[in-house]
Design a protein around this ligand. Structure first.
Ligand SMILES: NC(=O)c1ccc[n+]([C@@H]2O[C@H](COP(=O)([O-])OP(=O)(O)OC[C@H]3O[C@@H](n4cnc5c(N)ncnc54)[C@H](O)[C@@H]3O)[C@@H](O)[C@H]2O)c1
Length: 355
């Protein structure tokens, strides 16, 4: 298949590109606002080309008639979209709409796999959260995601594209550096101690749990959608909650001790942060995976595997010839920060209601 990936310099774009380039039948166009690297370590790197483009201004330049599928990953993440409304709208909504229009005109019917987020769901929420629940986003990021989901629904219903909107759980363990986002510690609790650095855990409640997926399982699920028939979802309802699983702070600590050694626990500083805690308690921690699993997706069974995968990534990075990794290990420090659920304090303040 000939596949376009937008936001391909980012975390998910790079690991998906690496996986797809192991299949000689795929050719990839990788695009981002900075020139995306061709990931190292894949079997057929010659099957990819990179295009630097701002999709708001120049979406037509990355689209051609021969495309079979498009993964839409570009974006400004939760904290960035909350602190800069105009930038969030420009990239998350306008650039996506421009791209969808270019696809509609140039390659009608093309498969489109759109990265949405659990951040579309705001309170109040019943448990477990299903696709049937009306999403009422409480952040600009969530609002921008739901706008694009609706575009994907209508473009699919009209036959312009064959779209799928995948609501990702938080993907952990993510490489990068700590950010100010409330969700930052969810990767940092593993990443920082494995790097010999301290991580502040802003909640002392070790039973607090979060809904997440490992990068590896996410990539598997993204590949499943590459093959799904158009009729596998209603034409005007293309949303799927990507399967995740609940991980407690204690589970994270146990996985760190198991993979990194018990001494790493000493690098965790548990301190209740009264500003962050209400945000953490406001996030849904149980979703219904039924639809995703029915479509052939899978879910993680243990957080230990995620930590082992991350450790392998680190080792691969060290092995690489010039000391840089095939994964964007510093990408978390770019404009966008960590991509959690509602990883920022909404402008109208945190809501601690737990339904
Ligand atoms: N990683 C997660 O935990 C998570 C969770 C939920 C949803 N998502 C969604 O998945 C997608 C990928 O996430 P990620 O973690 O790889 O994000 P990321 O921040 O690592 O990558 C996003 C990329 O978009 C690019 N971009 C920004 N503005 C652009 C523009 N105008 N034109 C072209 N490219 C532009 C950035 O340069 C960046 O490389 C995002 O849409 C995100 O909202 C991610």
């Amino acid at each position: 298949m000939r596949i376009l990936i937008t936001g391909a310099a980012g975390f998910v774009g790079q690991i998906l590109a690496k996986e797809l380039l192991n299949d000689p039948n795929h050719t990839l166009i990788l695009t981002d606002i900075t020139e995306p690297p061709i990931p190292r370590g894949s079997k057929h790197p010659q099957n990819a080309k990179s295009i630097k483009a701002d999709l708001f201004e120049d979406s037509a330049s990355v689209v051609d008639k021969s495309l079979d599928a498009v993964y839409i990953f570009h974006g400004i993440m939760s904290s960035g979209a909350e602190s800069n409304f105009e930038l969030g709208m420009r990239v998350n909504v306008d650039a996506t709409r421009h791209l969808l229009d270019s696809l509609r005109k140039t390659c009608p019917g093309v498969r489109v796999i759109y990265a949405s987020s659990q951040a579309v769901y705001g309170l109040p929420l019943p448990t477990p959260v299903t696709e049937a629940i009306l999403p009422l986003p409480s952040t600009s990021y969530g609002c921008q995601k739901i706008i694009c989901e609706n575009l994907i629904n209508d473009y699919t219903r009209r036959g312009f594209i064959n779209g799928f909107s995948l609501r990702f759980p938080t993907i952990s363990v993510r490489p990068g550096t700590p950010t100010a986002a409330a969700s930052s510690f969810i990767s940092g609790i593993i990443r920082e101690p494995l790097n010999g650095e301290e991580c502040i855990v802003p909640i002392k409640d070790r039973a607090w749990r979060h809904w997440m997926s490992s990068p590896k399982t996410l990539i598997y699920n993204l590949c499943v959608v590459l093959q799904l028939p158009r009729g596998s979802l209603p034409l005007h309802g293309r949303q799927v909650n990507v399967p995740g699983f609940a991980v407690t702070v204690q589970d994270m600590m146990d996985a760190l001790a198991e993979v990194g050694g018990k001494d790493k626990l000493q690098l965790l500083r548990e301190e209740d942060d009264e500003l962050v805690k209400p945000i953490l308690y406001s996030w849904p921690d149980e979703f219904d995976n039924t639809l995703g699993l029915k479509l052939g997706m899978k879910q993680d069974k243990s957080f230990v595997q995620s930590v082992l995968d991350y450790k392998e990534t680190l080792e691969e990075s060290k092995r690489s010839v010039n000391g840089t990794s095939s994964l964007p290990l510093t990408n978390g420090s770019k404009v966008n920060g960590v991509n959690g659920v509602n990883g920022v304090v909404p402008v109208d303040g945190p809501k601690a209601i737990k339904v």
